[in-house]
Design a protein around this ligand. Structure first.
Ligand SMILES: Cc1cc2nc3c(=O)[nH]c(=O)nc-3n(C[C@H](O)[C@H](O)[C@H](O)COP(=O)(O)O)c2cc1C
Length: 163
């Protein structure tokens, strides 16, 4: 079975997941690895990675997902907020809506991804409040992600699926 790995990544978090997927799968079956492109469409299975933009996938990924027809798809992504499976499920529910009826979703994986320092400065400038503190705490928690454990969990998800 052939596969391709397609990912959109502005600051490198989602690229880390894409590279982990690529390193985990057999070399000889890979037909494409890189940014969203119609070249990726010929594979039997497509691993599609996105960064979270306003609660759903980034626009480049959304455009790519709309081109899928009957392929098998594994969706993976990173988000600045984390720590809750429900939050990731909500994002994934939005992303899944972009898949056509014939596309077969075979698995998903999401983890937290660090954000640029400018975001923290924006939070710091806010008036003191529990919300501001929550945003700062989340920002700091995100700094180490994706970490080794995230990559291991991703590999576990792939292994389960390929069993
Ligand atoms: C314009 C913009 C919008 C974002 N919107 C969200 C969001 O709605 N929810 C969220 O959890 N993270 C959001 N983020 C954070 C990114 O999704 C997160 O840092 C991600 O890991 C970036 O992935 P990348 O390094 O592959 O680009 C946003 C980031 C940017 C720059």
């Amino acid at each position: 079975m052939t596969y391709s790995v397609v990912y959109s990544s502005k600051t490198g978090n989602t690229r880390m997941l894409a590279e982990a997927i690529r390193s985990f799968l057999p070399n000889e079956n890979c037909t494409y690895m890189g940014e969203p492109s119609s070249q990726a469409l010929v594979a039997d299975r497509i691993y599609v990675g996105f960064w979270t933009d306003k609660g759903t996938c980034d626009p480049e990924t959304a455009a790519f997902l709309s081109e899928l027809t009957t392929q098998e798809v594994f969706l993976f992504g990173t988000a600045g907020f984390g720590g809750s499976a429900e939050y990731f499920e909500k994002i994934l529910a939005e992303v899944k809506q972009k898949l056509g009826p014939q596309v077969r979703l075979i698995g998903t994986y999401m983890c937290q991804g660090k954000m640029p320092q400018g975001v923290r400065r924006r939070y710091e400038a806010m008036e003191e409040s529990p919300r501001r503190q929550m945003l700062l705490d989340n920002f700091d928690r995100a700094l180490s992600h994706p970490d080794e454990a995230d990559l291991q969990h991703l590999k576990d998800a792939l292994q389960m699926m390929n069993r």
